[in-house]
Design a protein around this ligand. Structure first.
Ligand SMILES: N[C@@H](CCC(=O)N[C@@H](CS)C(=O)NCC(=O)O)C(=O)O
Length: 253
């Protein structure tokens, strides 16, 4: 059996499935894809994933993309250490949380990240070279996102994204009043999802939200997440980010 994981730094989508791989104790080959040199749009990578995005899982030659799908696949093929409830109601709870994070959280946090971090990279590229890079991006929405990152997202769009993040933090914090983990009493891939997309960095990225004061249960959950050996192992995966960006706290550099 061969399991290969193509990924970038241990954050966001790359971290999300990496947590599940480690939590399940699976032996996998780690293949770093350098987003800083746009390797995700290179010919070899687009052959693997025509959408030109990380991460990608390759299991005995079968290519699986999209982190929520990858995590469900891992669950179906490697159920020994379960990260999904066995009962239909528990499965549904987990999936509703995954759907919430995928559809109503991920893009909003990502917009702020791109505005502040990817914008630095995008603005550093000469105009002719930038246009050439844009031509290689397979997904039209992703091409627009790169162009917006270069010019800067609008204040209205950024504010809308912040509003959605505030909503998500409150929703999770309220939910954790009666639940240990997002899907109930069991740690699931939904926890890996919210942690990777928002929970682990929300306090650092959005200091104005006063996360520790306003969402203490979310912070407690985040600490319990970070302490898990599987999460620790995932966070230790290679990080090639420019050191200035790694310690970035949210200001436009
Ligand atoms: N729905 C996809 C989203 C993947 C995604 O947005 N990947 C980002 C990294 S977090 C990426 O590859 N960005 C580089 C680019 O699009 O150029 C998933 O769940 O895997």
């Amino acid at each position: 059996m061969t399991l290969k994981y193509y990924h970038a730094e241990p954050a966001a989508n790359s971290l999300k499935s990496m947590i599940c791989l480690h939590e399940k104790g699976l032996d996998f080959e780690s293949n770093y894809v350098n987003l800083h040199t746009f390797e995700q749009h290179s010919d070899w990578f687009v052959k693997l994933n025509p959408e030109g995005q990380v991460p990608v899982l390759v299991h005995d030659g079968t290519i699986i993309t999209h982190t929520t799908v990858i995590n469900e696949y891992l669950e179906d093929v490697f159920p020994d250490v379960p990260l999904r409830p066995a009962d239909p109601a528990g499965k549904a709870r987990m999936r509703v949380w995954n759907k919430f994070v995928d559809e109503q959280v991920m893009n909003h946090v990502s917009m702020h990240g791109w505005h502040r971090m990817v914008g630095v990279i995008a603005r550093g590229i000469d105009t002719g070279a930038f246009e050439k890079l844009m031509e290689r991006i397979p997904l039209p929405d992703q091409r627009k996102k790169w162009m917006n990152a270069r010019s800067g997202f609008s204040e209205a769009d950024l504010q809308n994204a912040t509003d959605k993040i505030i909503y998500a933090c409150k929703k999770v914090d309220d939910h954790l009043a009666d639940n240990t983990w997002l899907a109930g009493e069991m740690f699931t891939s939904a926890d890996a999802n919210f942690y990777s997309m928002c929970g682990m960095m929300v306090e650092r990225m959005f200091t104005e939200l006063e996360v520790a004061k306003n969402y203490p249960r979310l912070v407690d959950w985040r600490e319990r997440m970070t302490a898990r050996p599987g999460v620790q192992a995932a966070l230790k995966m290679p990080d090639h980010t420019n050191p200035a960006l790694r310690t970035w706290t949210g200001e436009v550099l």
